[in-house]
Design a protein around this ligand. Structure first.
Ligand SMILES: Cc1cc2nc3c(=O)[nH]c(=O)nc-3n(C[C@H](O)[C@H](O)[C@H](O)COP(=O)(O)OP(=O)(O)OC[C@H]3O[C@@H](n4cnc5c(N)ncnc54)[C@H](O)[C@@H]3O)c2cc1C
Length: 511
């Protein structure tokens, strides 16, 4: 596919080189999926090329191509090698940004060149007690002099049994106050060769992970030097969360590769598959499915690389990355369902990679934070980052047509606060927003009074049966209100609230 106009020549060359490289290793990679072996030799080759240093600055042995570069690696690896690609992306995610952003100079010098050179790594968060609730980590790290002693277990770790480096989150405090503030976790990075006591408990057979191990680890009195702690003690949760945007963007980039692979198989395949004397590509349902996959590919590719560029420009991408991770998983599964259908029985056997894409698209809903976890983050961020986009729009009755219309200007002249003016405002709200309460701030748009005075006035109307209030559980005071039926009748005669379109009025059977 064509490069984006903002890619540098260095990035374009990297993208093209990756494409050629992954094609060159395709047979070997595919073989390891049948044999279910971890492709150590291929990993070494990738290390020699320095591809894993895409997002690492040149001074630390990387290629200095930013998040754009690491997304290119994710896309191109996954176009050919969804299995191997998982480790590549996992490796880039395995604490890379955390070291770059939170590590000290000595740590950057110690770990970044190794990552760039293809050392296998694993990110070690999940436990039986800590899945979506990642703060529930129970693996303990007890400080003894200049060492931390780690004890506990982890699970679902990509690269378990083969990783040379672990980025670990452990619990350093059981103080309820610290737990409440999410200051009970600490991050560590260790080279396997420098510690003892980390063993693989078991390798899980996970859907779509044919040549890449995923397993559980046991930590038995593992001594980690204080120098290998990333950030301060208690900052682990913050460090984990800060890394998510980069990770989720890269994970989403993998789905671009999957979509390209789907098109690259199903179109030529169905050109060659003759049923009823015609290629199955001529069948409209197959053409529709191909069009759907192309639609998703285009949307994903544009969004991922725009987000990566935003990251490279140091913009806050928490909303973008959460949207991408949730949507790319859903899109990939939809597309994989359609791709398998276009290829019939060949879509669900091992001899073509479409089956693997179908499976890996499902794991995408869970790995790297579930779709629901991404959507929880996204939901919270809408309120934090976009308050001006979710302002309530004031509505008024239009003097000409008598129906509610949106009004973006402030009320020209506010009323003074009294029981009557408040009831009048609540009654007017019934006309334009029937069924909705008014917040204190909504009321203050119409009445010139401070919040406490409005609250007191609402309580007065409620006591008289003229309003109904929503009471805030924390304060025990009204935070929203509407006119009661009695209030509506007191404020205006029934005709005031009536609104009929002309043609309805003209119907003689109407009463
Ligand atoms: C293929 C794969 C690779 C992985 N690789 C790694 C790795 O390398 N390192 C690592 O540390 N971990 C890894 N994981 C673990 C992964 O991060 C967790 O599986 C994931 O965070 C979900 O945790 P869980 O499986 O315990 O599900 P649970 O947390 O038990 O969730 C079960 C379901 O409940 C939903 N749910 C839970 N809480 C809420 C809530 N508050 N609101 C709404 N919905 C909720 C979830 O979204 C999910 O649908 C991997 C997982 C997979 C499948």
């Amino acid at each position: 596919m064509k490069p984006f106009w903002w890619w540098t020549q260095e990035q374009i060359d990297f993208y093209n080189e990756l494409g050629d490289f992954f094609k060159s290793i395709a047979p070997e990679e595919y073989r390891t999926r049948y044999t279910r072996e971890f492709p150590f030799e291929l990993f070494e080759k990738i290390g020699e090329k320095g591809y894993l240093g895409a997002a690492i600055d040149k001074e630390y042995g990387g290629l200095g191509l930013g998040c754009t570069g690491s997304c290119m690696l994710a896309e191109q690896a996954h176009f050919i090698s969804p299995g191997l690609g998982r480790v590549l992306v996992g490796n880039m995610n395995g604490g890379l940004r955390q070291i770059i952003e939170e590590g000290n100079e000595a740590q950057k010098k110690k770990f970044l060149p190794g990552i760039a050179a293809g050392e296998t790594g694993a990110v070690v968060i999940t436990e039986v007690s800590a899945g979506t609730d990642a703060a529930g980590v129970a693996l303990t790290a007890e400080k003894q002099g200049s060492k931390y002693i780690l004890n506990g277990r982890k699970r679902f770790i990509v690269g378990a049994g083969v990783a040379d480096r672990f980025f670990i989150y452990a619990r350093t405090s059981n103080d309820p106050e610290m737990i409440k503030k999410h200051k009970h976790l600490t991050a560590f990075i260790v080279k396997r060769s420098e510690v003892s006591g980390i063993t693989t408990e078991k390798i899980n057979e996970i859907l779509a992970f044919e040549n890449v191990q995923n397993g559980s680890l046991i930590f038995d009195n593992v001594e980690i030097d204080e120098a290998d702690r990333i950030g301060e003690e208690g900052q682990g949760f913050k460090i984990m969360m800060n890394g998510l945007n980069f990770e989720r963007t890269n994970i989403s980039a993998t789905t671009i590769g999957w979509h390209r692979a789907m098109l690259n198989y199903i179109i030529p395949y169905s050109e060659r598959r003759i049923q009823f004397g015609r290629p199955t590509l001529d069948q409209k349902p197959n053409q529709d499915k191909i069009a759907h996959i192309m639609e998703r590919l285009l949307l994903l590719r544009d969004s991922v690389y725009v987000t990566a560029k935003k990251w490279d420009l140091e913009e806050n991408i928490i909303i973008d990355a959460s949207v991408l991770k949730a949507v790319s998983a859903a899109m990939a599964l939809e597309s994989a369902m359609e791709a398998t259908q276009v290829m019939g029985g060949d879509g669900i056997n091992d001899f073509y990679p479409i089956k693997n894409l179908f499976e890996v698209a499902k794991t995408e809903h869970i790995a790297g934070g579930t779709v629901e976890a991404c959507e929880m983050t996204l939901y919270k961020q809408i309120f934090k980052q976009m308050p001006e986009d979710i302002q309530w729009i004031r509505r008024e009755i239009d003097p000409v047509c008598g129906a509610p219309v949106p009004v973006y200007t402030p009320v020209e002249k506010k009323e003074a606060l009294s029981a009557d003016t408040l009831l009048d405002v609540l009654a007017e709200n019934y006309r334009v927003n029937q069924g909705l309460d008014m917040t204190i701030a909504d009321i203050q748009d119409y009445i010139d009074a401070d919040a406490d005075a409005v609250v007191a006035a609402i309580e007065g109307l409620v006591a008289d049966g003229l309003a109904v209030a929503h009471v805030n559980k924390k304060t025990g005071k009204p935070d929203m209100a509407r006119a009661s039926y009695a209030g509506l009748s007191k404020a205006h005669p029934n005709e005031y609230y009536q609104y009929w379109k002309e043609h309805i009025d003209k119907d003689p059977r109407r009463h």
